[in-house]
Design a binder for this molecule. Structure first.
Ligand SMILES: NC(=O)c1ccc[n+]([C@@H]2O[C@H](COP(=O)([O-])OP(=O)(O)OC[C@H]3O[C@@H](n4cnc5c(N)ncnc54)[C@H](O)[C@@H]3O)[C@@H](O)[C@H]2O)c1
Length: 453
């Protein structure tokens, strides 16, 4: 991070109070939400028709949000479970096309764009098929299931010239963008450490999603769900409805949760990623046949001069929380929910003196010598600390902003933040934890070339 002098800092206006920073006080600022929708109606030929591929939990959530953006119409949905297709018709009208085969959607010329909310092992194929069919794509995180997916998606995206947004919606959050601005303006001095976590303490949090009573091989298209994954029996439906528990379809806590944290860290620190990771953890509680750990903790090195620690704990007695702490030479920045807090502790202006170990006369004389050298007594330690909080307005939705960002880009063909390069860097970084965990070794990554070393 470039060092900023006080003038530059004030000019940036990020922390207008830096010169008069109120030690011992907390000030709260309300962040400005993006400007409201244009009042003018959207012309009929500017309407965007979208379809959903993978109409489960997140796909439905994404599509509900997309439908709130003016000029967007949901016209089709594909899923492998009939119950989800039924609900798609209830949500968006009985006349929408519902199908188990997303190729029917891709063949329709009147569909401009698709949202992909399938399990991770379908992200690459569904995205590439959609872009090759001329559709713009919103693909859920993590962008990849395997490292080899990344270059293929990027190549298809470049070749087809489509707009592709990856679904770590917080990347569009005004809270994250404020954090980025504050860090760049030197609000906490030189960044040296980042601590991020995503802990849960419930069955649903640990992916024990309910298998519907009617789930069997007539209501669920199991071969289609499997795709290129190993052919195993449908069984009791857990592999279908609790797919995150199995590496064949998911990416463990790293791909499910770390990726959100890395998307945030990369945006806020303006970095492409780390150079190496070291990971440990284990399966401590949810011994239900899953083949991924429920506790994982990893350390990462960033070439930009900071270290990062990341963890997920699904056995976190009493706490479900997610957060970021950025530690710098002059304070810390914490992100929690809708708030970013700067706790600023400027560097002390005098070095301090340690005298208590010596005889009283020596102590007295040492203090005199010290004060001759530093005649002005400045405040030290906690007395210097002051806080600034920046809070998003009530009801603010980063999910809406992220979706709107994609829809706007579909209209304007302008680049967007979370394109497949950003998406691969975030997911590639997150999955480095799995590489290290499984090998028991340090995993190396070139964040610029996006290559495992
Ligand atoms: N951005 C976020 O905050 C967020 C939150 C939750 C999930 N996600 C991501 O969203 C994706 C979906 O997660 P979920 O919780 O909604 O899972 P889910 O199991 O609820 O939904 C996935 C759906 O995809 C369907 N499907 C599987 N293969 C398909 C195919 N070939 N064609 C069409 N449909 C297919 C399944 O039938 C299922 O209904 C995951 O990649 C997950 O990481 C993102």
């Amino acid at each position: 991070m470039a060092k900023m002098d006080r003038r530059g800092f004030l000019k940036s206006g990020s922390i207008a109070t830096v010169g008069t920073y109120l030690a011992g006080s907390t000030r709260t600022h309300l962040l400005a939400a993006p400007v409201a929708e244009p009042a003018k109606p959207i012309a009929a030929n500017d309407h965007i028709q979208i379809a959903l591929i993978g109409a489960g939990g997140q796909g439905q959530g994404d599509t509900k949000v997309a439908a709130m953006v003016p000029g967007v119409k949901v016209v089709a949905a594909a899923d492998c479970y009939d119950g989800c297709l039924q609900h798609a018709r209830e949500l968006w009208g009985k006349d929408i096309l519902t199908t188990r085969d997303y190729n029917e959607i891709l063949a329709r010329k009147d569909i401009d764009a698709v949202i992909i909310g399938t399990p991770d092992h379908w992200h690459m194929k569904a995205s590439i098929d959609a872009m090759n069919a001329g559709k713009d794509v919103y693909c859920e995180k993590p962008m990849i299931h395997l490292y080899s997916d990344g270059p293929k998606i990027i190549e298809a995206w470049r070749k087809t010239n489509r707009i592709m947004q990856i679904g770590s919606q917080r990347v569009s959050s005004i809270v994250y963008h404020k954090a980025k601005e504050l860090l760049a303006a030197g609000a906490i001095g030189e960044l040296n450490m980042v601590t991020v976590w995503y802990d849960r303490n419930s069955a649903q949090g640990a992916w024990e999603y309910t298998v519907p009573y009617d789930a069997d091989t007539t209501t669920c298209d199991w071969p289609r769900f499997l795709g290129t994954a190993p052919k195993v029996p449908f069984g009791d439906g857990q592999r279908f409805f609790q797919w995150r528990k199995y590496k064949d379809y998911g990416t463990g806590v790293a791909g499910d949760l770390f990726v959100h944290l890395f998307s945030g860290v990369h945006l806020i620190t303006n970095t492409t990623g780390p150079t190496r990771a070291m990971s440990t953890g284990g399966l401590r509680f949810w011994k239900d046949g899953r083949d991924v750990p429920d506790v994982m903790i990893s350390l990462y090195d960033y070439a930009k001069g900071f270290n990062l620690s990341v963890r997920t704990n699904f056995v976190d007695g009493g706490s479900e929380s997610e957060g970021f702490v950025f530690t710098g030479s002059e304070g810390s920045m914490t992100l929690a929910g809708d708030t970013v807090t700067i706790a600023r502790v400027p560097r002390e202006k005098e070095p301090g003196v340690r005298v208590g170990l010596f005889g009283e006369a020596t102590q007295k004389r040492m203090m005199e010598i010290y004060r001759e050298k530093y005649p002005v007594e400045h405040p030290t330690g906690e007395a210097l600390r002051g806080e600034e909080k920046y809070v998003a307005p009530k009801g603010y939705s980063d999910h809406y902003d992220h979706m709107k960002n994609w829809i706007d880009a579909i209209r304007t063909r302008q680049p967007i933040t979370e394109d497949p390069v950003f998406g691969f860097r975030a997911a590639g970084t997150a999955l480095l934890s799995n590489v290290s965990y499984e090998s028991g070794k340090i995993a190396h990554w070139d964040p610029d070339k996006m290559e495992l070393l």
